[in-house]
Design a protein around this ligand. Structure first.
Ligand code: MN
Ligand code: MN
Length: 290
């Protein structure tokens, strides 16, 4: 453990391997503690803080990637102050923070928060990267046009993303829940793929050298591995499957990414937060390698 530098306003991130915002950095972590539209169990607003707290207990070295966070230039901007009852207001604060990161030459890494926080991030990144492709890990399709009449909901987030980038620039992986209409959309547009080795290889080819936005809804994991999420869905992946996916995005141009839907208080053991933090570590190592 390295000695702690005094920095009272922000909790430790991965043994304080993060840099001050004033120093050049390739990745900027932005906490978006928002869960204003969740459809089932709230609590994702506590996700970013729980990820930071759990991160401090993890090693900075990844034995799979053979890289150490100490060598990744990332900064933590802390948590945004979001108006919980004002969805449009919260989204515009997130978008401004992401734009600020892009302006500084950093790829945004948003910590949710519920899945809707990905929308302003993807909007901002897509505005700068016309070739952007989006890959979603999730148990749910999130392709409803509206949820109980609301178009800005975590249940509609990928439909709104499709409005921006088009279905042809989206891939969805791990999906095991949706309406008949959502499955028809995925089938018609060919967005749905799997973690089977041949599909992962095809996904890598599909991404090619285009800039990638990766959005990881943590409920892609099996509830046995990650019960601390608002809308758990049986039949999910384990850690090693995720690790195989990480190999697919290794070496890609990662323009932005997020990890969302951790609701830490729904898992008294704290293991969900540790798994979420370990995901963040692997993704920082991969995104920082470019
Ligand atoms: Mn989702
Ligand atoms: Mn989900």
């Amino acid at each position: 453990m390295r000695p702690r530098a005094p920095r009272p306003t922000l909790p430790a991130m991965f043994d304080r391997t993060d840099r001050p915002l004033t120093e050049p950095h390739a990745i900027r972590v932005i906490g978006a503690p928002f869960d204003g539209t969740v459809s089932f169990r709230p609590g994702a607003r506590f996700g970013p803080a729980a990820i930071r707290e759990a991160s401090d207990g993890l090693e900075t070295w990844s034995p799979v990637l053979e890289r150490d966070l100490a060598r990744v230039a990332y900064a933590d901007a802390g948590d945004l102050d979001l108006p919980m009852g004002d969805v449009a207001g919260a989204l515009s604060v997130i978008r401004a923070a992401v734009e600020e990161a892009l302006e500084a030459g950093a790829a945004p890494f948003v910590l949710g928060g519920e899945h809707l926080v990905s929308l302003p991030a993807i909007e901002a990144v897509a505005a700068r990267c016309p070739e952007l492709v989006v890959v979603q890990l999730d148990a749910h399709a999130d392709l409803r046009d509206d949820y109980l009449g609301v178009r800005l909901s975590h249940a509609c987030v990928m439909r709104r993303v499709a409005d921006i980038v088009g279905f042809e620039r989206m891939r969805q992986i791990g999906i095991r829940s949706g309406t008949r209409e959502e499955y028809a959309l995925m089938r018609d547009h060919g967005t749905l793929t799997t973690f089977r080795p041949d599909d992962l290889e095809a996904l890598a080819d599909w991404i090619g050298n285009r800039p990638l936005y990766l959005t990881v809804d943590l409920d892609v994991f099996d509830p046995a591995a990650l019960p601390g999420t608002g809308t758990p869905e049986p039949g999910g992946i384990d850690w090693w499957t995720f690790q195989r996916f990480v190999q697919v995005i290794r070496g890609r141009e990662i323009a932005g990414l997020d990890v969302v839907e951790l609701a830490p208080q729904l898992d008294a053991s704290g293991c969900s937060s540790v798994l979420a933090a370990k995901c963040v570590r692997e993704l920082l190592l991969v995104a920082g390698a470019n």
